[in-house]
Design a protein around this ligand. Sequence first.
Ligand SMILES: *[C@@H]1O[C@H](CO)[C@@H](O)[C@H](O)[C@H]1NC(C)=O
Length: 256
Amino acid sequence: MGRNLCHFCFLSFFVTLTVAESKWNILNQRTRNGMKISLKNYCESWRMNVELHNIREFQVVPEECIGYVGKYVTSTQYKVDSERAIEESIVYLSTSCTLKNDGRDVWIFDIDDTLLSTVPYYKGHHFGGEKLNLTALEEWMSHGKAPALEHSLKLFNEIKARGLHIILVSSRREHLRSATINNLLHVGFYGWTSLILRGPEDEVKGVQDFKADVRKKLTVGGYRVWGILGDQYSSIDGLPRAKRTFKLPNPLYYVS
Ligand SMILES: *[C@@H]1O[C@H](CO)[C@@H](O)[C@H](O)[C@H]1NC(C)=O
């Protein structure tokens, strides 16, 4: 009994120590010049710098920000941020695109977290706070149950109505083609011209090069890429460029 009690004492001492230590790490965070900041300050700044592309190549969401990121991607703010990106795309379409309507006007979309949401998957995987398990992610994708990002659907339909060709370019692999098509159609994305996925020969190059090569082929073929909507810099960076690009927020993962 005495021994058990002592065991308990030791445990509670250890737990207190751990909590105190994590408090020191997180709640008493200070910037380099000594300014006291909250966990929310810290994580919001992390997310902002991901979006600004100052933070690159992150493998996982920082552990202390998993809660923050989870809240954000399921929040009204995430929807408002996305909707704003879509509204700006529509402004650009209406004011700055002098379409020729000769069958060579093109718009490019990403799929994951641009047209379809992977948030339901990441909900079950610490909102990006654990290393990507491609097998598990592809298994989830193969069920074709990803919900649409509603604001993106609005832009998709607007672009379709204006007569541009819609090209979907995704780093999803070829074996997911039919699941992807079924998923897209099921949630309302139909009428696109082509779906370009990564074949085995594309897997050796990075996603950015794969996507830039698609634009190169289009450009060489005389197509005008008026815009891209994507959630990753690898979808919009690289040559040749689209005339304009629009980025949706995504603090869950980084694809290079
Ligand atoms: C990855 O996911 C698969 C399928 O769910 C699972 O069998 C496997 O154990 C996971 N691997 C790791 C390293 O967690």
